[in-house]
Design a protein around this ligand. Sequence first.
Ligand code: SAM
Ligand code: SF4
Ligand code: F3S
Length: 464
Amino acid sequence: MNLDLEKLPSSEVCIQQVRNWISAYPEQPLAYLHTFGCQLNVADGESMAGILKQMGYGFTDDVTKASLILYNTCAVRENAEDRVFGTLGSIKKLKQENPALILCVTGCMTAQKQVTEKIRKSYRYVDIVLGSSAVSRLAQMIYAHMHGLKFAQDIETHLDIPEDLEPMRESSFKAAVPIMYGCNNFCTYCIVPYVRGRERSRQPENIISEVRNLIQDGYKEIMLLGQNVNSYGKDLEHPVSFPELLREINQIPGEYWIRFMSSHPKDASPELMDALLECEHLAKHLHLPVQSGSNEILKRMNRRYTVEKYLSQVAYIRSKHPDFSLTTDLIIGFPDESEQDFQATLDIVRKVRYDNMYSFIYSRRTGTRAALMPDNIPDSEKSQRMQRLLALQREIAVENNQRFIGRIMTVLCDGESKKRPGNMTGRSSENILVEFPGSAGMIGKFIRIKITESHNNMICGSVL
Ligand code: SAM
Ligand code: SF4
Ligand code: F3S
């Protein structure tokens, strides 16, 4: 059918129209939504779930019961993409059995030409492809599909920031609030700037009012999200810095914690650290991705800071709060990473003594500058380095966690322990995993715990 995707009715009209169609179905249709990737993608997934809910869809965790399946994809590493293609292959049968099933692929993978071409050629049963900045166009794409359009695609980068979305949040006490979209940094290994476009900041008043509403609704932890929150506000007509935004949010009355990620070390300022230390609602934890401990590698990664500058930031915050909790991201096996470069990475880990780390084996991403460099560290060497790094981090975490024994800590309880029935788990302000005996009534509440034991990946205690 000939339907001009540029001239579709507004999102609200499409939502209403689809709602009318759906209300005539004998049973409420169910949607199955699966998000891959980072917390920003999870937040997009919640916004799309909100749109589906407004349209009248119910939700299911059982893909075989769904009338609409949506995969919200991630492109950051090759294995993330492989998983999506594997999953798409595995549901071909469902589509054959039920041709009315609507299959959508959204998120970061779809912004890559070679991916959309592969989907069109090899996964012809996909009905809707939507780019990561086109979340608010979901309703229009579903409307177009229901109007008979065989394949609806919108993978353009949309620079406008949708403020009228009503996310369907998974948790009733933890909420993610994107404060900006896109990235300008072009770290040479990273696909994100290519698939998410340039930095766009939300207006501070919109963020503050969203956070205020969440706190009034009983949310206890708000995670502010951006690829580099430290450059928040620079693109606004009336620039506002990230520390200024944090101090404004901190004025909101209530019982809550604010967290944020990610914070690029090149722009992590003393003002940011001071805000972290001084604002009562800011969780006492900073995720400061270092990526490598070698200046040579950092330079070729285009990270635009040195090990010395990074360590001076750590020294600044630790001079005011000696065991301030820091976590990081590290990439192992970047092109030409020598044993000496890797030793420098182990060295920075020993110096900073992170409470946790997310380490990744380098994955070559087509289109990035590093993809032009030889991916020349053998896989066996990459995994051997990874094992050595993880062993060091385990050792450090065991020692670090001992500092909490005897302390009284406030923990936001988030669920029951999967390993030890009868125990609950939660996170402290430092983002340390804490386990304690308790009951389901504690979930979503701040609980005071006296810490009695420490392990490498968690600490334990009893409720006061
Ligand atoms: N914007 C955040 C920052 O700068 O810290 C990071 C966002 S990225 C989604 C999360 C992490 O994935 C990065 O910090 C990096 O360690 C890792 N990563 C990104 N591209 C990668 C690649 N090509 N191979 C391996 N790890 C990668
Ligand atoms: Fe990727 Fe670097 Fe941007 Fe983070 S700051 S999203 S690692 S390009
Ligand atoms: Fe996130 Fe993956 Fe996209 S990490 S920004 S979902 S490429």
